[in-house]
Design a protein around this ligand. Sequence first.
Ligand SMILES: Cc1ncc(COP(=O)(O)O)c(C=O)c1O
Length: 384
Amino acid sequence: MSNPPYYLLAPGPVSIPKSILDTLSLPMIHHRTPEFTNILLRVLTRLKPLFQTQNPVLLLPTTGSGAMEAALVNSLSPGDEILIIQAGKFGERWTQIAQAYGITPHIIDIKWGEKASKSLVETQLKKHPNIKALCIQACETSTAVDHPIKDICEIFKNDSQKIIIVDAITALVYQNIPMDKWGIDILLGGSQKAFMLPTGLSLISLSQKAWSFYASAKCPRFYLDLKKELNANKKGQTFFSSLVTHIRSLDAVLNFFDDQGLEFIQKKALNIQQAINLSAKELGLNIFSTSTTVTAIEFPESIKASVLQKKLITQYNITVAGGQEHLKDRIIRLSHMGDISKLAIEAFFIALIIELQKLDFNITSEQNDNVKKIINDCMSTTNA
Ligand SMILES: Cc1ncc(COP(=O)(O)O)c(C=O)c1O
């Protein structure tokens, strides 16, 4: 018997469309060649409108966490004070990086599943007037929460002494984040989310204000020195050996975005979000939280979400993400990003219903039929 099809529904890495997979398997070319220089320069130019910035966008041969580290070490010095929105696993990562470099973090601890607010940030800035940067996620993937970036940016826009650093690794493309207009100083992305590539390439852009912070930043840096990368890019190169396969495929991803249109891609994610949210509610399940790109479904105490997650992969070939830390047995998280078909969402809910029924969770045939109808109604207009 052949294996059932594989459905990847985790919020990164995400399912990759066939046209991009084809580009990923093209023969290798060397990075110091006119052919690669053309691709690199084209990709760097095409990323600016996506970041909605006039400033350069740089590509780093690191996962998303490398771009987070680059943001801090290129703008700050040991002993500097920063403010961190800690509303989940990735907020905590800011704190861990800051501590590794002797930067002093002041933490705004937010209950997992809840959002930051402009007033919370203002209150902390009053308490700690020397703060030089705010670090935040546009989407905190571990809890499926979008923070109100536009509102919070207003605090920083006209303050030349403070910058705002936004991790948009799970937000770019799907959320509209106009970097220059909102006054974001450092904006980050990662290849394995909206860019639908394998993990390993990160994206970062700095405002003029952030580049002026670079000039006085004393954190040690070598591999992540962004000026070196910027200068190499001016010569049509990357500073270290280039991620040829990722960067060439990113060009194909940008073609894919152009062909489909960002509006369509965002609408598709919204339809997936609705299909997941309404179907889960139809089954009597609670939505822990839902963001533009991820939904976290919460299970009653009697059901261990981590066991359910394992069953989905071992018995149905469906990968979803589990909850982290205290949410491990409470939630599973589903992506709205990537190449997700109606069939994939149907397969997930069919498997979920079978497993819930085995656990004596009562689901009527009417609920079953309603879920099918909900998925069909929500997703048929944007199903690939
Ligand atoms: C919002 C956010 N920030 C940072 C990261 C870390 O990225 P990476 O695992 O690629 O280092 C992730 C990864 O899932 C993320 O979702």
